[in-house]
Design a protein around this ligand. Structure first.
Ligand code: MGD
Ligand code: MGD
Ligand code: SF4
Ligand code: MO
Length: 726
């Protein structure tokens, strides 16, 4: 495991001189939002390192931050719009022509088949582009479609749903007070590798080390002994998908031992106590894989700590009880008095408080105001689960999806049953992708519209400042001017809004035309300045520019819920405990698959950096020695992973870091296909894990896809047979 440090061993080139300009920027790649120093000479990046003066990251960076240079200079990164002229063949097309064509085709599809015939998919990097986020809201409104999808429904949707139900706002997210807590229970997250999610806290190793140095404890509960477990005080294996049982049993212990001390204003405590009464530790222990004594000890330690946090993330969200688990995590904080208090979890006070703005305009979120046409799955916050996209394209009838807009997403690799979605994309009448690469998804688009490079844009962490373990704010200017021939993402999006409006007609068309034109004339920076000025801190863009290393706005503040009543036992979640109880009577699958993130990877899209993908193969299946022996499998051989959804082949690693009955394989691999243009990635394509992930299985409460705990069988590859995953 490489450690990242102030000057990363991979720092681009070295021989910089005093005359080479250095630019302070925010790394736009992940939620840690590190401050970086980028040194340039002419149009070349010659050095990238952590900014030691940065108010939040204090010099930290990871290998991906350094690879921003590769991304910028990558010859495969698109620099002009591309049009598909034949399957797998693209040719350049001019900007104006491309955008006019996209607007016209989208409007035509809607004129013939209704507004819902156009679907939108927003991928993960969307969250990092503040101006794009603002512009995409206009695009969604302009298209007026119900078929809005995003990677959020294979990610944090349970967290948003629980916030909406408990605190009346899907954007109010409780954040760990990492730097002051004295007990950290990490459940289904590996922040030492992922650098944190819904917890902006660069340099996790340092923060965890200081937590322990001040006498605190870190306990990791994970089916794999992770890199985070390696720096923790204790690690427990847990059978995938059973976190809700563990939490219910912990709550059971707290209630039966009288260890609860909920803050004033909490209701439903008795109902919660009754709801978890059926889950004593000794009843769930066998299923969860943690002894009753250990569960009880964990509950007592959590209650006794002067400040305790249960940090539950992706591993607890993308399973059949994602929402209920997240609710129980919040309940644990509430009943132990750790919600909204120092050392527990709190709501940050960012310079731009989107959650407060949303409240002011009545956009707190929604659930089940409409349902997907084919499977009848409820929307959340105006979005349908992304597992519904393929069926909506495949199934004929009124409202069938016939055109698709993707923005910064690679759903062919990232969504359950990617091959099914890929086949569905082939049936669309029209597809336009706003993306920097021709990859497994965008190669199906009729048009690919590439935004400027990450180093040619400014940056503001509109979303992640509100998820930070410390209140800070930072704005960074672009490192390079964008070439005259390039367009920013927001320009492309607003161009589409306007072009679509021109052809759509009616009031919607007129509005789209006006909004697109107005937006481009006003420029998003003015909007950002206005949001800062009217925000709780009364800042301005100019004031932020005077502080290139960011402004420290202080530690998280408690008591933001003072006077607010929180019902700890909403029926949406308590009712789900019946389903949870029923799992105790169902047989355990002999072998289940979980994911694995690696430090030098970023979902599916940074595998074209030679510096990141060099070294040993990371796309391997890890299996416990007893499981390998039982199947007669040996390390290094290629094995076949299969189930009712599909089959793939992967090199086997045998390791007791995964618990018996569990295998682990990273996601985001499986590169290539006619038309894709990522020459480095093509040399080591890896395999797409989502070939064996069932898109029909969701957490019914939140509509989140189930990516972990997938039942599979693993056997020796038959000589001569070939896997579907490549
Ligand atoms: N099995 C399994 N599947 C998973 C996961 C898992 O753990 N296991 N994780 C899930 C999670 S948490 C997520 S968030 C999703 C991610 O799912 P997606 O967001 O669909 O996939 P990414 O790989 O992040 O794709 C990002 C795309 O954005 C493009 N891109 C990068 N930067 C920019 C930019 O600045 N502008 C534009 N316009 N495009 C850009 C890239 O070229 C790439 O095509 O995957 C999910 N899928
Ligand atoms: N290097 C790198 N960093 C990334 C990304 C990346 O691809 N690479 N992706 C980014 C994105 S989009 C996101 S959302 C974040 C995610 O960041 P994290 O939330 O930290 O997610 P993961 O690293 O996938 O860790 C999830 C953990 O859950 C465990 N797990 C699986 N199933 C279960 C279960 O049922 N119960 C429990 N308790 N644990 C389980 C897995 O073994 C794994 O260790 O990372 C971000 N950062
Ligand atoms: S941890 Fe995230 S934000 Fe920091 S350098 Fe790495 S990719 Fe960039
Ligand atoms: Mo994610």
């Amino acid at each position: 495991m490489p450690t990242a440090e102030a000057t990363h061993p991979d720092a681009t080139h070295r021989d910089t001189t005093d005359r080479d300009p250095t630019h302070c920027i925010t790394c736009p790649l992940c939620e840690a939002t590190c401050g970086l120093r980028v040194t340039t000479r002419g149009d070349q990046v010659i050095d990238i390192r952590g900014d030691p003066e940065d108010v939040l990251s204090l010099g930290y960076l990871c290998p991906k931050g350094v690879a921003l240079a590769d991304l910028h200079h990558d010859p495969d990164r698109l620099r002009q719009p591309m049009r598909r002229v034949a399957p797998g063949r693209f040719e350049p097309i001019g900007w104006d022509e491309a955008i006019a064509l996209a607007g016209r085709r989208l409007a035509q599809v809607q004129a013939a088949h209704g507004p819902d015939a156009v679907a939108i998919y927003f991928g993960n990097p969307t969250a990092h582009g503040w101006a794009e986020l603002l512009a995409l809201a206009l695009l969604h409104r302009g298209l007026g479609t119900r078929n809005l999808f995003s990677s959020g429904s294979v990610d944090a949707r349970p967290r948003q749903l629980v916030s909406w139900v408990l605190y009346g706002n899907q954007a109010r997210l409780p954040i760990p007070d990492l730097d002051r807590t004295s007990f950290l229970l990490v459940l289904g997250a590996n922040p030492v590798v992922s650098n944190g999610s819904i917890m902006t806290a660069p340099d996790m190793r340092r923060r965890l080390a200081s937590l322990r140095a001040r006498g605190g404890r870190v306990v990791v509960v994970d089916p794999r002994r992770t890199e985070t477990a390696a720096v923790a005080d204790a690690h427990h294996f847990i059978r995938p998908g059973t976190d809700a049982l563990l939490l219910a049993a912990m709550l059971h212990t707290l209630f039966s031992e009288g260890l609860t001390r909920p803050r004033p204003g909490t209701t439903g405590v008795d109902t919660l106590a009754r709801a978890v009464a059926d889950f004593p530790p000794d009843r769930v222990a066998g299923r969860v894989g943690i002894s009753a004594e250990d569960i009880i000890a964990l509950a007592r330690a959590f209650a006794a700590a002067p400040g305790a946090v249960c940090y539950a993330r992706l591993g607890t969200c993308v399973h059949p009880f994602g929402a209920t688990t997240t609710w129980l995590v919040d309940a644990l904080h509430h009943v132990t008095g750790n919600f909204d208090r120092v050392g527990g979890v709190m709501f940050p006070s960012p310079a731009i408080d989107l959650a407060a703005l949303a409240e002011r305009v009545g956009q707190r979120g929604s659930r089940d105001t409409f349902r997907s046409r084919v499977r009848g799955t409820p929307e959340f916050n105006g979005e349908l689960p992304c597992t519904e996209l393929a069926p909506e394209i495949e199934t004929p009838g009124v409202g069938q999806v016939r055109a698709l807009v993707t923005h910064a997403g690679n759903p062919v690799l990232s969504l359950p049953n990617g091959p099914r979605l890929e086949r569905a994309l082939g049936r669309l009448d029209f597809m336009v992708s706003i993306d920097i690469y021709l990859n497994e998804t965008t190669r199906h688009a009729d048009l690919v519209l590439p935004p400027s490079s990450h180093l040619e844009r400014d940056h503001f962490s509109l979303l992640f400042h509100a998820m930070s373990v410390r209140n800070t704010v930072r704005y960074s200017e672009p490192v390079f001017d964008k070439p005259a021939t390039a367009r920013h993402g927001w320009e492309i999006i607003l161009g589409l809004v306007e072009a679509h409006g021109r052809h759509a007609g009616g009031v919607r068309g007129l509005l789209g035309r006006l909004q697109g034109r107005l937006g481009r004339a006003l420029r998003p920076r003015r909007v950002l300045d206005l949001l800062l000025r009217t925000g709780p801190r009364r800042l301005s863009l100019a004031s932020l520019k005077r502080h290139p290393h960011g402004l420290d706005l202080g530690a998280l503040e408690p008591d933001r819920l003072a006077g607010v009543t929180v019902d700890l036992a909403p029926t949406l979640f308590t009712a789900d405990l019946i389903r949870l109880d029923a799992t105790l009577a169902t047989p355990v699958a002999p072998l289940v698959l979980i994911g694995r993130r690696t430090l030098r990877s970023n979902n599916s899209w940074m595998h074209n950096s030679a510096r990141l993908v060099k070294g040993r193969d990371r796309c391997t299946l890890r299996m416990h020695p007893t499981d390998a022996a039982a199947r007669g499998l040996v390390a290094g051989e290629t094995v076949r992973v299969h189930n009712h959804v599909g089959a793939l082949e992967a090199p086997l690693e045998v390791s007791d870091e995964v618990m018996p009955g569990v295998v682990s394989l990273p996601h985001g691999w499986g590169h290539g296909g006619p038309g894709a243009r990522q020459n480095v990635a093509a040399k080591r394509p890896g395999i797409n894990v989502n070939v064996v992930v069932d898109d029909a299985i969701l957490d019914p409460v939140s509509g989140t896809g189930v990516l972990n705990g997938v039942p599979v069988e693993v056997c020796r590859r038959e000589v001569g047979a070939r896997g579907e995953g490549g």
